[in-house]
Design a protein around this ligand. Structure first.
Ligand code: AMP
Ligand code: FES
Ligand code: ZN
Ligand code: ZN
Length: 312
């Protein structure tokens, strides 16, 4: 049995990739330090920033809020922001909302929830019913909803930035997917620090950018975080999950491949790609319906909502 590298107590976890064992307390400390390093490296935060933390009710965003709260107890104004997507099967949305709210209350942080049904008379349940008319995957539409609402409400809540719980596995698998499918537009918009280009957009940061999903899973367990453990009923068969599996297959064969890929992409590929793309890129426009950011006349959110509320 291995001992904790820090205190010599029996280790609760052995991290093969680093060849290190930790007791539970020192694993929590190890991960917080790792996140702190990413925050400094990518210049993600400034003292006394007001940060909206996008809370899904799941483990990654719960770990994110818990870590930010532990590292910067007084130095950051953190507010939990949850989108109630209106998913009734498995009581999914209700459970997610309660977990997100409870975490903020336990940590003494402000909490805000946007309810798609109440605010916009739409829901993911309605999207599922009208999937054929929408001609897009459920997860893709859900992603549009989340991006739109997180941007809008974090600005309304007077936040400087929004932090999401995207982890290394998410970033690498999305990069892979976009490279394989040649989605240049999405490729130039990746990274841990997506700085807002105008006042109708908010800066999006990903403090868990270099943390693996396995690490957040262990952290959630050791910190006794209550998290949503049911899989979203609409995510079955989602292509993002297939690319994640593909990435994990690579990672199993070549441990460390993911982080090397991310670092190389950002150091060597992203810069020239952005430079090239800037010359051909359209400017951000203002949606004719809601005033939000878009590259077309009407934004994707308003277009989907128009279809969903037709014949109401
Ligand atoms: P996903 O899009 O499900 O891969 O989640 C990525 C990140 O988006 C999560 O770590 C959260 O920070 C954020 N997020 C996902 N779902 C929600 C939600 N319902 N409300 C607020 N934030 C969310
Ligand atoms: Fe968006 Fe499941 S959470 S489709
Ligand atoms: Zn220890
Ligand atoms: Zn719009």
């Amino acid at each position: 049995m291995t001992d904790c590298k820090k205190c010599g107590q029996p280790a609760a976890i052995y991290l093969t990739r680093y060849g290190l064992g930790f007791c539970s307390d020192h694993f929590l400390e190890f991960l917080r330090n790792k996140v702190k390093k990413s925050i400094h490296k990518y210049k993600l935060l400034n003292p006394y920033d007001r940060i909206a933390v996008a809370l899904s009710g799941g483990k990654d965003s719960a770990v994110l809020l818990h870590i930010l709260d532990s590292i910067y107890s007084e130095a950051l104004d953190l507010i939990g922001l949850h989108i109630n997507l209106g998913i009734e099967p498995s009581n999914y949305s209700k459970i997610s909302l309660n977990l997100a709210r409870e975490l903020c209350s336990d940590l003494g942080r402000e909490f805000y929830c946007v309810d798609l049904r109440k605010e916009y008379r739409i829901s993911m349940d309605l999207v599922e019913k009208k999937e054929k008319q929408l001609k897009r995957s459920l997860c893709g539409i859900c992603g549009t909803f989340k991006r739109y609402l997180l941007n809008k409400y974090s600005l309304e809540l007077d936040c400087e930035k929004i932090a999401t719980g995207h982890v290394l596995d998410d970033e690498v698998s999305v990069l892979l997917m976009n490279m394989i499918n040649g989605n240049v537009e999405q490729l130039v918009r990746t990274g841990p620090n997506l700085i807002a280009k105008n006042e109708i957009m908010i800066t999006r940061i990903k403090p868990l950018y270099e943390i693996s999903e396995l690490e957040t899973m262990i952290y959630a367990q050791f910190a006794n975080l209550k998290i949503q453990d049911v899989e979203c009923p609409y995510s079955k068969g989602a292509s993002s999950l297939k690319y994640k599996k593909l990435y994990l297959m690579f990672e199993n064969q070549l441990p460390g491949l993911g982080i090397t890929f991310l670092h190389n992409f950002h150091k060597k590929i992203l810069g020239p790609l952005q430079e090239y793309y800037q010359t051909t890129r359209e400017k951000v426009r203002i949606c004719a319906i809601c005033g939000g950011p878009t590259s077309e006349t009407v934004c994707a959110f308003c277009n989907i909502r128009k279809i969903l509320t037709r014949n109401e």
